[in-house]
Design a protein around this ligand. Structure first.
Ligand code: KIV
Ligand code: ZN
Length: 388
């Protein structure tokens, strides 16, 4: 049976850019957008057109450049925002307006200072306005993670009737827990009478470190779009990371009845580009794109991987754009990894005792140094031969 398509909506250039200190120029956004297009991201949220003249130009430049992905601009549920978004997207092959309004009691009372019925009215007006300008309209219930389910059902039904083609459920403050968030998505899909007329999407923030877990739980409940960012960049603790969501779906086809169209080989180069452009380094132990994500230092693991890669690897480093996995030589490394690396360097030993002597020197050095490089090994073997 063929699997459902999961839409990958990348918001590195919009929500990612909202990370303090991560702002990008127009040219940088276009460069990253080209990588995202090559990776076959379905939707690229390029910015918030009304936010500044620079962001308008950036959304426009991405819309004029990218041909194979839908290009999206964010807008509040206000006429001026929606018109500006439509202007920026005029040159797009395929454009989307993403309009949002807050739906949680705390946001409606303190931020919007509006009654719930007024919020529904404004949402309907905004979606109708956007639908008159473009056929692809996404509506988001900001702070849905803390909104009441009955109210979400009412506003979403009205937004779909007004023409929204995608309904996004953001966990704006990263408050959700996977089982509970999955239940919310199931309830919305079951209770909203016209739910089948729109794609349901999730947009999770990482304040409790659960953005990816919540997104994947929502997919199991029927969400068919995930909003995410490269390296998990985004407001505060960030957004769900694209690479983790995509590789989670790909690595566990037994769990998920969806597929993405992402070509994962572009993941690592795109991660590097985003890190360079924003100046946000990727932590070494970050899943998929961290420098240690496919590195093995312990002797037991190295020995296992050298015998059969899948003993300690659930993905192939090359599939996500690394050149190779890495056997990192350090104090936990064993004789097998030591010998293999030396053979790769063209160094062999005449006898087991010669190897043992060099291995003992290697262990002494490894106690003093975090990582042993090829040059260290070459010097060490020369020394071991001199002292033989
Ligand atoms: O986190 C959020 O609620 C957002 C919306 C604007 C979708 O980024
Ligand atoms: Zn967000």
């Amino acid at each position: 049976m063929s699997k459902d398509h999961l839409v990958i909506f990348d918001t590195t250039l919009r929500d990612g850019e909202q990370s303090p200190g991560a702002s990008m120029t127009k040219d940088e956004k276009v460069r990253i957008a080209r990588h995202l297009e090559k990776m076959r991201v379905d939707v690229i949220e390029a910015g918030f057109a009304i936010a500044s003249p620079g962001d308008f130009e950036a959304v426009k430049a991405v819309a004029d450049t990218v041909k194979d992905s839908t290009v999206c601009s964010l807008s509040r549920a206000l006429d001026a925002d929606i018109e500006r978004a439509a202007q920026a997207l005029a040159g797009a092959n395929s454009g989307r307006i993403h309009t949002f309004i807050a739906t949680s009691p705390i946001h409606m009372q303190y931020k919007l200072q509006m009654q719930p019925d007024q919020v529904i009215e404004q949402a309907v007006r905004a979606v109708s306005k956007a639908r008159n300008l473009i056929s692809d309209v996404e509506f988001s219930c900001e702070d849905a993670g803390r909104s009441e389910i009955d109210f979400l059902c009412r506003i979403i039904e009205a937004a779909i009737d007004a023409g929204a083609t995608t309904i996004n459920i953001p966990d704006t403050v990263g408050y959700a827990i996977p089982g509970q968030f999955a239940e919310t998505i199931s309830q919305l899909l079951n209770r909203i009478p016209n739910a089948d007329k729109a794609i349901f999407s999730v947009h999770c923030h990482n304040d409790l470190g659960l953005a990816v877990a919540n997104s994947l739980a929502a997919v199991q409940s029927g969400a068919r779009q995930v909003e995410c960012t490269i390296n998990g960049l985004g407001e505060r603790a960030g957004n769900a990371s694209l690479e983790e969501v995509v590789m989670g779906i790909r690595t566990r086809p037994d769990i998920f009845d969806v597929e993405t169209r992402i070509d994962p080989v572009h993941i690592v180069p795109t991660s590097r580009l985003v890190s360079t452009v924003t100046g946000f380094p990727v932590q070494p132990n970050k899943a998929i794109v961290g420098k240690n994500a496919f590195a093995h230092e312990s002797g037991i693991h190295q020995d296992g991987v050298l015998k059969h890669r899948e003993t300690y690897e659930i993905m192939k480093a090359q599939d996500v754009g690394w050149n190779t996995n890495a056997i990192v030589l350090g104090k936990h490394s064993g004789r097998n990894a030591f010998r293999t690396r030396l053979e790769e360097l063209g160094i062999s030993f005449d006898s087991e005792s010669e190897l043992n002597h060099a291995f003992a020197l290697f262990k002494q050095l490894a106690d003093k140094k975090h990582e042993i490089y090829d040059e260290d090994l070459q010097a060490l073997v020369t020394d071991s031969r001199v002292t033989d």
